[in-house]
Design a protein around this ligand. Sequence first.
Ligand code: GDG
Length: 490
Amino acid sequence: MRSPETARMRETHRRGDLVVIANRLPVHRASPESPWETSPGGLVSALMPILRENKGVWIGWAGSSETDCKTFEHDGLYNVPIYLSNEEVRDYYEGFSNSTLWPLYHDACQTPQYERRWWAPYVSINQRFAEYAANEAAPNGHVLIQDYHLQLVPGMLRELRPDVRIGFFLHIPFPPVELFAQLPWRRRLLEGMLGADVVGFQTRHGAQNFVRLVNRYTSHRGSGQAVNVNGRRVLAKEYPISIDFDRIESLANDPKIIEHAKKIRSDLGENRTIMLGVDRLDYTKGIDQRLRAVNEIFHKGNYTVDDLVLVQVSVPSRESVDEYIEVRDRIEKLVGHINGEFGTVGAVPVHYLRRSLPIEELVAYYLAADVMLVTPFRDGMNLVAKEYVASRKTETGVLVLSEFTGSAVELDRAVLVNPHDIDGMAATIETAIGMPRQEQTRRMRSLRQRVRKRTVYTWASDFTHALDAEQPRPSSATMQLPIGTNPPTS
Ligand code: GDG
């Protein structure tokens, strides 16, 4: 039963008109006694603004240390935590989501593991999320399901609640037929996604791959952006995600942050060119190749440690997955190698910060950086690239961007690189370092126009409008869940 407090909050907030389901809640806390804090990360950065405005509900896992699953409000948003046991985290999250799907969808840049024992937990956790959502969504409400961890939820939720509008958005790339075909569970995943009214991707390529795969591996037929699922139309389309441009720009205008940026510059050396990398510590982000390219630049000898410095901010991520431990070791060895070889007493070529920084500090680094290095092997979008651009009100600075990011589609005036080509990348970074001010401005002005024009608000409004535009669902009232399946929400 709901507590009177929960019922009151639900009434005042018109709770459940917009429900977001994601693997993680958008908040975390150090211990059950500590206060909740908003978490960093692309998904959270992208969705918080719309939810705050719509007083939404967010359903997600609260993290391993949270066993007491009660609904709570934080920062204007209802959080509905889902409990996962240690074994479920191992199999559904670290296993199927992050050791099968994540590497496969990122061009198999690490070998995907196809462990049969991870599939059943993936199915049952998806079912749990679907049941929570069925319980939380208001009649005819909107449910936005996020990302690769939850690809079966659209189909499962449609079974439970045919009245709600279901949107599914994939934040990571959707792979081409030849790669997806490897998956032993390919048909089930495609059919799960087809439970949505709108299936959104970061790029047109992703949407096209999806329709091709549906035609090849399911009994349904699609053409262009539409798939016919037993007479129901499913829209498969690109909705490139973005950032809150005004928020980043106003941080970049904040005198305290500008002061902080000046301090960073004077600490690092006024005459040095500052290069910056900001990433989750993930093997897809190409941090090791970036370091190899920087190593190559110092080797070539056109620049010394007195001319050039790289600040690499790496936010720890998925630290219990083996491949993440390995990439961290590789990166830390490379940093040690470069600093050992090219550093002097009092100056090192690479400053490596393995921690999450407050957004204000991050923007101070964006302001201080002359050259921003965003070099993933594959990335759904990459919001860091867009945040750098939004911070550069002076229209100076150079964005070096991997052509394998979703952002490269819109940000084609960046300096594009192939992260697999270390020599090419080193040469291109040297060009960026030496780029005349006029050329920097020409490019940055155009990049800023692009990012300003399509913000996270545009993304949210395009996606939810598409959801509204799809044919109306049968107007039945909320379906009752079978007795015994109602999850404990309060
Ligand atoms: C996935 C997809 C897609 C980073 N360090 C700190 C910090 N961040 C924030 C950045 C940015 C976000 O995290 C990172 O976003 P990305 O887009 O680069 O990457 P993923 O986390 O991999 O996100 C990606 C995204 O979803 C959205 O759809 O673009 O392709 O992989 O907003 O600012 N924030 C703070 N401190 C840090 O140290 N506060």
